[in-house]
Design a protein around this ligand. Structure first.
Ligand SMILES: [Zn+2]
Length: 666
């Protein structure tokens, strides 16, 4: 007897501790008689106790995805029909409280009068549940309302709506991550459902067994909600300012995307792209289409449009990088020992390579210039001279060392497959080598460029870019720390140091002068790439920079794909946007300022001078040159590719070590 008492006591404790919502609801309101009827059905079908999917929080613990408790309205038809006086008041409550039409209930009564479990409504709010609870407790007026009960469930919600939409991702159904972190960390976010069984014991009383559910873990992202909001606001303002300007009815750009990274860990603090969408309503594409336009589209067109907007531009879209990779060309030369850095070049506005005259962006030429000037003024001719010396083998090897053509391994789904978007030893002609030296003729992702640039300025350490830093259990206890993953060395510390003055020169007197933020020692590089097909005159504008250059704490990369302006090649657009973002982000991140800096009155942005004319007189390099490169930019996704990057981490293979050239002259 003693033992049995303990058992019963245990069962009661379990019921109160682990059982949530529905049974306590019924117990509290209708007493033991009702409980018995309800539990009677438990021997026929056990019930699932849903787990709560884990939250996604930002680097400071702010919730960006969470699961809220909701309720399903269940009708026990058998109970409602057990006495004819129950039917009318019960049907009335269903209609008045939950808006369930009487006809619906009547249909169910006719078809399934013995049913114990009919879901009449899903995802009822807590407020509605409270309203029903009051009715349940009101035995004076509602004593004949029988057979309705509420089952607990969860609904995914995103308190910041559109913020970092393609990074955070959303779920399909209740718990299936579709894109972003929701998808990449789906198994970690999900828990295990519990189950509740009810059965009769020997003396015909009810006993119940509960297997508690296990809630999912919390994923702590590296994304900073405040910084992300700042950046998205800047992006939105740019797009609003240029909406409909050259292409009526369209946004201010085909896409505007920004990544902010910690170069010393590979952590991504901000990753934004626009147009964005509301995570609470991901199928609403009203940012791009009017209701009329949308309903005129076929289902397939709608699906394509949704996939386009859901695709993470920073990870899945590829484009020709343009001049932002010029520092990598110089680095390849320095690192392989082919360049020393004290060379000079003569730019007369174009260079004859193979059968073509390939233009510099400045048609009048840059004259005689140092390596630093060549980077600062973004001279194509100097880069082509360098690439010729470097040669196909070294050039291609360094493309891969910098991660072009490789997966970065970022912890987000849908990373573009770029291996075939680079030339290889078999098909790279002299003319291809020449154009690749200044960033045309191969495709990259933003993530690849950002990670490569981080390594260039941090002493040569290529970290795996990532958006998640920690996993916590439901109680906030850390169960896993995602340490930074060093994939390989790209360049030596010496080469990294040697490049810094070149990157500084870009903002001091070169093409990036208008991105300068007073008080900070910024190094960077601009990029203007003409998209394929060249005759369409569409451009990708970009800027990548870091601060403080001496010991970089942050890298900012801004890309505007097809700005909606008359002259897309005007780099001023991306410089202004980058300047605005850095001017807000750097103080927020407490980036180290120049020691000797004395703040002045806010100076007006300087006018472009003649010599940094990348923006004002950009000339297509390909005017006299016919493209043989046919990889149109777009998304290339191959989930099966597993890159082997370990080899690179070992350092430079011996056969590639080149003796320092004795007599090099250019
Ligand atoms: Zn030039």
């Amino acid at each position: 007897m003693q033992e049995k008492l303990v058992m019963v006591f245990m069962a009661v404790v379990l019921a109160f501790v682990a059982l949530i919502g529905k049974i306590t609801y019924i117990n509290a309101s209708k007493g033991s008689g009702y409980t018995k009827i309800v539990l009677e059905q438990q021997q026929y079908d056990s019930r699932v106790i849903p787990y709560k999917r884990g939250d996604i929080v930002d680097c400071n613990g702010t919730r960006i995805a969470t699961s809220e408790r909701v309720y399903n309205v269940i009708l026990d038809v058998y109970v409602m029909l057990s006495d004819e006086k129950y039917e009318k008041p019960t049907t009335e409550v269903l209609e008045t409280v939950f808006g369930i039409p009487e006809d619906t209930v009547r249909e169910i009564i006719e078809e399934r009068p013995d049913s114990r479990y009919e879901i009449l409504a899903k995802k009822i709010s807590y407020e509605k549940a409270q309203e029903f609870e009051a009715i349940e407790e009101d035995d004076e007026n509602y004593s004949d309302v029988r057979g309705i009960w509420l089952e607990e469930d969860y609904q995914r919600s995103y308190p910041y709506g559109r913020l970092a939409s393609d990074v955070v991702g959303f779920v399909v159904g209740t718990n299936e991550g579709a894109i972003g972190i929701e998808s990449a960390y789906n198994d970690i976010l999900n828990g295990t459902n519990g189950r509740e069984y009810g059965y009769f014991n020997d003396d015909a009383s009810i006993e119940r067994t509960v297997k508690a559910s296990k809630n999912g873990n919390t994923v702590v992202s590296t994304i900073d909600v405040t910084l992300q909001s700042m950046v998205e606001q800047c992006i939105r303002e740019f797009n609003e300012a240029h909406a409909g300007e050259a292409r009526p009815g369209q946004l201010g750009s085909k896409n505007t995307a920004v990544m902010i990274m910690d170069p010393n860990t590979g952590a991504i603090l901000t990753e934004a792209s626009y147009p964005d969408f509301d995570l609470n309503n991901p199928r609403d594409l009203s940012i791009l289409y009017s209701g009329e336009q949308w309903s005129a589209m076929s289902e397939e067109e709608q699906l394509t449009a949704m996939n386009d907007i859901w695709r993470n531009f920073c990870v899945s879209d590829t484009f020709e990088p343009g001049s932002t990779v010029k520092p990598m060309t110089v680095a390849a030369g320095l690192e392989s020992g082919i360049l020393r850095g004290d060379e000079t070049y003569d730019c007369y506005g174009s260079l004859h390579v193979g059968d073509y005259d390939i233009s510099c962006h400045q048609k009048t030429g840059h004259g005689t210039e140092t390596v630093q000037d060549a980077v600062a003024f973004s001279c194509n001719v100097a880069m082509m001279h360098m690439a010729e010396k470097i040669g196909v083998d070294h050039f291609l090897r360094y493309q891969h060392i910098f991660g072009f053509g490789e997966y970065t391994g970022i912890d987000l789904p849908g990373e573009a497959y770029t291996e075939e978007l680079l030339f290889n030893k078999e098909n790279m002609l002299d003319v291809n080598l020449a154009t690749c030296s200044f960033g045309q003729g191969f495709n990259v992702t933003m993530t690849q460029v950002a990670a490569a640039f981080c390594s260039l300025v941090n002493g040569g350490y290529y970290y795996q870019p990532h958006v998640v830093k920690q996993i916590q259990d439901g109680d906030g206890k850390v169960v896993e720390i995602k340490d930074p993953v060093l994939l390989r060395k790209t360049v030596s510390a010496e080469t990294s140091e040697q490049l810094k003055p070149y990157l500084r020169a870009v903002l001091e007197y070169g093409t990036g002068i208008n991105a300068m933020v007073p008080g900070y020692d910024i190094g960077g590089k601009t990029g203007t790439a003409e998209k394929l097909p060249r005759e369409a005159e569409n451009y990708v504008l970009s800027f990548i920079g870091c601060a403080p250059l001496e010991n970089p704490e942050v890298v900012v990369y801004v890309v505007i794909d097809e700005p909606n302006v008359a002259r897309q090649e005007t780099s001023q657009y991306v410089l202004e946007l980058s300047q605005k973002i850095m001017a807000q982000a750097f103080p927020y991140l407490d980036i180290t300022m120049k020691e000797d800096y004395v703040p002045e009155e806010t100076p007006a942005p300087e006018e472009q001078t003649e010599n940094n004319g990348a923006s004002e007189d950009y000339t297509s390099y390909s005017e006299n040159y016919e493209d043989t490169y046919s990889n149109m930019d777009g998304a290339y996704i191959d989930e099966d590719y597993t890159p082997d990057l370990d080899g690179w981490a070992e350092g430079m293979p011996l056969e590639y070590q080149v003796p320092y050239p004795e007599e090099e002259s250019l």
